[in-house]
Design a protein around this ligand. Sequence first.
Ligand SMILES: NC(=O)c1ccc[n+]([C@@H]2O[C@H](COP(=O)([O-])OP(=O)(O)OC[C@H]3O[C@@H](n4cnc5c(N)ncnc54)[C@H](OP(=O)(O)O)[C@@H]3O)[C@@H](O)[C@H]2O)c1
Length: 252
Amino acid sequence: MIESARQVDNSLTGMVALVTGAGRGIGRAIALELASHGAAVACCARSLSEIDEVAALIESTCPGKKRAAAIPLDVSDETDVKRAVAKTTEIFGRLDILVNNAGIGVFGSLESLSVADWDRVMAVNTRGTFLMCRESIPHLRKQQRSFIINIASVVGVKGYPNQSAYAASKHAIMGMSSALAKEVQKDGIRVHAICPGGVDTDMVGDARPDLDRSGLIQSEELAEMVTFLVTRRGKGVIDVLHVRRDGNTPWV
Ligand SMILES: NC(=O)c1ccc[n+]([C@@H]2O[C@H](COP(=O)([O-])OP(=O)(O)OC[C@H]3O[C@@H](n4cnc5c(N)ncnc54)[C@H](OP(=O)(O)O)[C@@H]3O)[C@@H](O)[C@H]2O)c1
């Protein structure tokens, strides 16, 4: 009964995704995963060599017409964001899926943080997500169904010592996502937030050197969850996905 009610279309063929922070870690896995389901992917980050490598990998492994482009940008820079979104639609002709994944961590006790530390994490994580959404919505609105996936964090709903700036930036993303989802529902744009616990990437090594990395969530698992969100059909809508490490405390 449940199975027949659940209609899943795994094909993203014909759809175009823009993934920020696609050069490594979670964003790289998401870019590769969406491409493997048929989407064309604009791979965006600051390090051109990294996004070039991801775009080349997609082009070499996924058949079809042009399937990937490396588009460098700093998500905190309004001009860069405008240019990158325009470039994506110029190359691929449309935009269906925006994945706001680019992010940085600034860690240390609140007393130790400088104004520059605070501003940097808010500029990348929060302003970057805002700018990417603002510039993408006019294109997303043209599709019958389109998606904004904001990679927040468990730190978007909880707080940990030495993560006050990062937590503030991720709580802001959760508030923005909730408000935006209501604004654009009428346009057929679904806004989803994903709140992962520790994922085995470079970032987590810096933030939580105490964690045993063997127990961390794999980037590919999150990428599969993004695919799940953008391929679901039906009446039920998932607003927030909370993803904890296996063995960590359930339901908090
Ligand atoms: N790892 C975790 O445990 C974890 C848990 C929950 C949530 N998250 C979130 O997941 C996202 C990805 O994290 P990750 O662990 O994969 O980190 P990562 O391995 O450090 O990768 C971060 C990506 O974001 C890009 N980026 C950073 N600043 C940018 C900027 N100003 N403009 C454009 N791109 C920028 C980086 O490329 P460049 O440096 O080349 O620009 C890189 O491609 C982040 O938003 C993070 O907060 C991570």
